[in-house]
Design a protein around this ligand. Structure first.
Ligand code: DLL
Length: 438
């Protein structure tokens, strides 16, 4: 069994954990109530500080929404003077101003610590070379995992995104043991390694993959192209909370992620009403930063959908677990009145072994009633002769799963465009005769 980065925290008994969370929450609430900043004065106006005695009182606190970051851009949510920041990150939204997040030296230390924990959960060791192919820059992925690898005592290789051929050569030459990047980039790298005959020169044991939703079928494709027992593991996080390292999946019990709940307290609520859903039901993940100094968030509405998994992990860690993310509340497509989640389309699509990992979902709006089309690749050139049969089978499976008619367009392996930088885009709107994908 791989060793833990912080065994005393990672195996803490529930009662002790709850006491720690309660102490941290009380301290946070007291600090925010005393914070002389307009945003925090307003947020804390209706809060009875004395009523927050334990972590179970968290539901008495107000929620925080993404818009509040934009409204207070860039520094309005800080609880410390700007000169105490040692770093900022930002994520660009689809519209308007970016979300800016500031970190004190203490926050950067916690960020490194949780990313080191995540790498250790994946099987990372201080003797490892960790190839970091998340984007470096305002995005939290690159620097987050980089500092995590260093904190673990490993050798971080700051490769950043793009240039897969060069990256593979570097991984082989430098002896990469771990890979940190998006699942879509991991698939691309694995495919290129296989095509280029490089696989024998690589001995990467694990991938710490996240920043975008991915299904079990995608995991299977990634593990297959990498071969050699490569473990494709899921890491979750978001800039508003810290970046990567909010939650991590362990190889011993795949399918659910440990939430590092000594720092980030999770709740799951009904996205409509904001009320807690019964344990085990799917809802919106809400996170409170218990230890963040510069820019804490109270009950942040992540818009990400998941559920609590009550079964403990199999490696002695006692963190609360959540199921792998099912998509975002706002990713939901409404087609002919039916709600369709892209992640569900991916799941149904990749359940068919004849389908490769690269695909696009096209919402065709050229007609009054939109149509759903999925463009995907055959997994293997040997399947080309059976294209029609496979297409009909996949179309039936998809239509059954999402309950509206889905057209399927199957291309030859390796012919669809692949994204080399950033988060994979999967959903495209079509309004003209020119196809937006493939
Ligand atoms: O994506 C942080 C990160 C970097 C996570 C590297 C993991 C690895 P943002 O750019 O702020 O931060 O985007 C956060 O991405 O709310 C989810 O919707 C999505 N997301 C992140 N990780 C996962 C995952 C980073 N493992 C948003 N599964 C989140 C599904 C994910 N969605």
């Amino acid at each position: 069994m791989p060793s833990m980065f912080q065994p005393e925290i990672e195996t803490m008994e529930p009662a002790e954990k709850s006491a720690l969370q309660s102490r941290r929450l009380r301290r946070l609430v007291e600090r925010l109530a005393a914070c002389d900043v307009p945003y925090w004065r307003e947020k804390m106006a209706g809060v009875d500080v004395d009523a927050i005695r334990s972590i179970d009182d968290i539901c008495r606190l107000p929620f925080t929404e993404k818009d509040e970051f934009r409204e207070t851009y860039p520094y309005g949510m800080l609880t410390v003077p700007r000169d105490r920041l040692v770093r900022v990150h930002a994520s660009s939204g689809t519209s308007g101003k970016p979300t800016v997040v500031g970190y004190t030296a203490g926050d950067v230390a916690v960020f490194a610590e949780v990313c080191a924990r995540a790498l250790a959960i994946a099987g990372g060791r201080p003797s490892d070379v960790v190839h970091v192919a998340y984007g470096y820059g305002l995005f939290t992925g690159g620097l987050g995992l980089h500092y995590g690898a260093e904190r673990l005592g490993a050798t971080a290789v700051p490769a950043s995104g793009g240039n897969p051929g060069f990256q593979l050569g570097l991984m082989a030459d430098l002896g990469a043991d771990g890979l940190a990047c998006t699942p879509s980039f991991a698939l691309l790298l694995g495919e290129r390694a296989l095509e280029g005959g490089l696989r024998d020169r690589l001995s990467v044991r694990y991938g710490v993959l996240g920043a975008e939703p991915w299904s079990e079928g995608m995991r299977q494709r990634i593990e297959e192209v990498w071969g050699g027992g490569f473990q494709a593991l899921d890491i979750y996080g978001l800039s508003e909370v810290i970046g990567p390292g909010v939650a991590m999946e362990a190889p011993e019990a795949k399918g659910a992620l440990y939430v590092f709940d000594d720092h980030f307290y999770p709740e799951i609520v009904d996205p409509e009403t904001g009320e807690a859903v019964p344990d085990g039901e799917v809802g919106e993940l809400v996170l409170t930063t218990l230890t963040k100094e510069a820019q804490p968030v109270l009950r942040y509405r992540t818009r990400d959908l998941t559920r609590f998994v009550d079964e403990p992990g199999r490696d002695g860690r006692t963190f609360r677990r959540i199921a792998r993310l099912m998509g975002r509340v706002d990713d939901m497509l409404i087609i002919r009145g039916i709600n369709v989640y892209p992640r569900e389309v991916e799941t149904a699509l990749l359940e068919d072994e004849a389908i490769g990992g690269q695909y696009g979902i096209i919402v065709d709006r050229r007609t009054t009633l939109p149509e759903l089309r999925v463009v995907a690749e055959l997994a293997d050139p040997g399947l080309v002769a059976r294209r029609e049969e496979i297409r009909d089978r996949v179309a039936r499976a998809l239509t059954e799963r999402v309950r509206i008619r889905v057209q399927v367009d199957l291309r030859d392996p390796g012919t669809l465009p692949r994204q080399e930088v950033g988060k994979a885009r999967r959903v495209f709107e079509q309004t003209t005769d020119e196809s937006p994908f493939g």
